[in-house]
Ligand binder design. Structure first.
Ligand SMILES: *[C@@H]1O[C@H](CO)[C@@H](O)[C@H](O)[C@H]1NC(C)=O
Length: 427
């Protein structure tokens, strides 16, 4: 596999990334050259076919799915090794993602066995995912390239490793993108979740599951702070609706099969190695480029605010959720007794207006932002989020310690290092 170009900027991803590499190897042989170009044309046609909208949401193929073989099994088993029998053996889905990579590293660091799974899709620049993969690989975590909807892969995995826990973080994220590609949300967040639950239910022993829900399930609620007991039946986006559906699906798998399931409602997670589709990330990029940024405000000029939560605080919450998870009670696909079913808010409990976010960025980047203030379009975003975290405090000893100012400083430090092409120092 070619070494990923870590210094590449994140906007210019092309499907034909590997072309020059392949091309160099063959260019002296004209017959092979012809075959090569024929393949490119064929690949292009296939690409066009797959890009056309498909009404069957579960039929989308992942961009990469290479697994199997003795060598592969060996790597999986090596990655799953724990430093002692007290430790957890965790399958982390979405391991090349923002939260997934941080949680994988935290688990590996303390001696848990960690196997990652990720389809490396191109919702955002996959080279960022590849760079995270490299970081995890150095730490001894192997990420399987495959899809959570691949039942054969999941069954194989549970065959060769006795996972005690599944940290299910793979998902189609983003609120606005749901209007462009609704099928992708159904495919990952609903079909994919069911696929994971199915594999866990059939596994022997059944693992305990912790998975990522979202603060967006609070939707149009105006009572603050948001508590787990508040109603969540007015989602404002398809993304939120698929996460809410996930919580209901979790209930049924807990009820019927005795799976221990914990859902975590994350509140606007940010920090180093973050997602480029999030405002703090692309504001930073645009401010540095001198491009103007759009700042949305709510009705009556109400400022939009978010309960920004730093990645390390979230990772600690995830690990604590795994540590406190009760055992699943079923076996052979049959329930033997009641099992744990939990939902926690993981937020920071201090909402910050987006204008404040921008002024912190300006201060730290030492660049004045060009701002357009616009009314918030009706695209699924909510005006305000604020977590009540007293339940997580009580049960998980969850206690966020990083304020937005400190967290953004660390993000900017990482951002400049990562995109400057200076990749000598790691992380
Ligand atoms: C936060 O939630 C707890 C229940 O978990 C509740 O007892 C408490 O009153 C809530 N706090 C606020 C400020 O709403």
């Amino acid at each position: 596999m070619p070494i990923p170009n870590l210094g590449a900027t994140q906007t210019k991803f092309k499907m034909a990334d590997k072309t020059p590499y392949v091309y160099r190897r063959w260019h002296n042989h004209s017959a092979l050259k012809l075959i090569f170009w024929a393949c490119i044309v064929a690949a292009f046609i296939i690409l066009l076919i797959f890009r056309s909208p498909s009404p069957d949401f579960s039929s989308e193929k992942p961009p990469t799915a290479t697994w199997g073989g003795l060598k592969w099994e060996n790597r999986v088993q090596m990655s799953a090794l724990t430093t002692s029998s007290r430790h957890l053996t965790v399958l982390v889905t979405g391991a090349a993602g923002f939260v997934g990579s941080h949680v994988s590293l935290a688990l590996k660091k303390r001696g848990d066995g960690v196997v990652g799974l990720d389809n490396f899709n191109n919702y955002y620049d996959p080279s960022l995912k590849r760079a995270r993969q490299k970081l995890l690989s150095k730490a001894g975590v192997f990420i399987i390239e495959g899809d959570i909807n691949d039942a054969a892969l999941l069954n194989k995995l549970f065959d060769i490793v006795q996972f005690t826990h599944v940290m299910h973080l793979a998902a189609q994220a983003g609120v606005r993108y749901a209007m462009k590609n609704p099928g992708s949300y159904v495919h990952s967040n609903i079909a994919g979740l069911v696929s994971i639950f199915e594999a866990c239910k059939s596994a022997n022993p059944q693992p305990a599951i912790v998975w990522a829900s979202s603060s967006s399930v609070y939707g149009l609620n105006s009572k603050v702070p948001f508590s787990e007991k508040d109603p969540t039946d007015r989602p404002a986006s398809l993304y939120a609706a698929t996460k809410k559906a996930g919580e209901e699906i979790a209930h049924t798998y807990n009820h019927i099969y005795g799976l221990s399931i914990t859902g975590l409602r994350f509140f606007t997670v940010y920090g180093p190695w973050g997602r480029p589709d999030m405002a703090y990330f692309f504001f930073t990029k645009d401010i540095l480029k001198g491009k103007s940024i759009n700042i949305f405000e709510g009705p009556d000029h109400r400022s939009v605010a978010r309960d920004f939560t730093y990645i390390d605080d979230i990772a600690k919450g995830c690990v604590a959720a795994l540590d406190t998870a009760g055992k699943s009670t079923g076996s052979g696909g049959k329930k033997k007794g009641p099992a744990q079913l939990r939902v926690f808010n993981l937020g920071n409990t201090s909402p910050v207006p987006v204008s404040k976010l921008v002024s912190i960025l300006e201060k730290n980047l030492k660049v004045k932002a060009k701002k357009n203030v616009l009314p918030m379009p009706r695209n699924g975003d909510v005006v305000f989020t604020h977590a009540n975290i007293s339940y997580a405090q009580k049960e998980l000893h969850y206690k966020p310690t990083t304020d937005l100012e400190t967290g953004l400083k660390r993000f900017i430090h990482w951002y400049k290092d990562y995109y400057s092409g200076n990749r000598k120092k790691s992380s």
